[in-house]
Design a protein around this ligand. Structure first.
Ligand SMILES: NC(=O)c1ccc[n+]([C@@H]2O[C@H](COP(=O)([O-])OP(=O)(O)OC[C@H]3O[C@@H](n4cnc5c(N)ncnc54)[C@H](OP(=O)(O)O)[C@@H]3O)[C@@H](O)[C@H]2O)c1
Length: 268
């Protein structure tokens, strides 16, 4: 199976590097096309990849095409590649807010998988949600899932509404965690800790809490109840968050991303 990545930016490269570790990718090198000649030159030094200077040489014979350009570059790209395609090719789009129907219409393609990645894929801890058009077979989907899983884990969802919803949770979610981290870093610095110590305190607190959550079958709420005893320090912090309606604010933020993903699909 010949796999081509179009758009070797942050996400595209993360996925192609993940796929390069897959035992399924043995005989053929992974193919890459990016519009930026400098990027192509750098990538062509990597022996795992075949980097192409034009799409005519790599796209018509590709079986599986990962598309990882920014959504606002998609129309231009689709117009360019449409004449080079055939009906058996499968397209996996990592683009936020670009619907399967619009990809099918603009490319004249039948087999389309839409996936929503997230940033921790860069360190093999990503979570990708994905769904597919009817024409994609079960066997094709198993292969695609195994490729997506090379960057972490994946969940299959039945409708694109869940792709937009997962944009609000996992796609944009790392930024919510960074927001919380940044706020805690700033609090630590205000309390007088050095930059270094603030980072140690905050990053280990996050890592430790995640580890506890992963290693035990206890909900975050139960963990809070365990540690926030009446009249204690943690209870004072949680009460302050509750007085300020932080739960609602975080949920509003997740819905803002979800709504924006839906809106982008409509604009498209
Ligand atoms: N980053 C995330 O956390 C994240 C999360 C969820 C979803 N996504 C989705 O992932 C996709 C890629 O995002 P990204 O952050 O990886 O973007 P990026 O770093 O800008 O990468 C896109 C790459 O595609 C290239 N490109 C643009 N037009 C092209 C064309 N016609 N043919 C070939 N290459 C072309 C760009 O070159 P130039 O730089 O020269 O334009 C760039 O190298 C987006 O659609 C985004 O919605 C990203």
């Amino acid at each position: 199976m010949k796999i081509l990545l179009i758009g070797a930016g942050n996400m595209g490269l993360t996925y192609i590097e993940g796929m390069a570790t897959s035992p399924l990718i043995t005989k053929n090198k992974l193919r890459i096309y990016d519009i930026d000649p400098k990027k192509r030159e750098t990538l062509s030094k990597d022996s795992r990849f075949d980097v192409f200077d034009n799409l005519e040489d790599c796209l018509p014979s590709a079986d599986l095409v990962f598309i990882a350009v920014k959504p606002y570059h998609s129309d231009e790209l689709f117009e360019q590649i449409k004449p080079m395609l055939n009906k058996n090719q499968i397209f996996v789009s990592l683009m936020a807010g670009v619907t399967i129907e619009s990809i099918q219409q603009k490319l004249g393609a039948e087999k389309v998988v839409r996936a929503m990645p997230n940033l921790p894929a860069k360190v093999g801890k990503g979570v990708t949600s994905y769904t597919e058009s009817e024409a994609v077979s079960k066997v094709e989907l198993i292969l695609i899932r195994s490729l997506l899983d090379t960057t972490g884990t994946s969940i299959h969802v039945d409708t694109e509404n869940f792709i937009d919803a997962s944009t609000g949770i996992s796609g944009s979610g790392p930024a919510y965690v960074f927001y919380f981290m940044q706020s805690m870093l700033e609090a630590a610095k205000k309390m007088g800790f050095s930059d270094f110590d603030s980072k140690v305190l905050v990053s280990n607190t996050f890592e430790g809490a995640i580890e506890l959550f992963n290693q035990n079958d206890i909900s975050p709420k139960s963990w809070i109840d365990k540690v926030a005893s009446k009249g204690g320090t943690t209870r004072a912090a949680i009460d302050s968050m509750e007085d300020n309606n932080v739960t609602q604010l975080i949920q509003d933020a997740a819905y803002a991303a979800f709504d924006r993903a839906v809106e982008m699909g409509k604009e498209d």
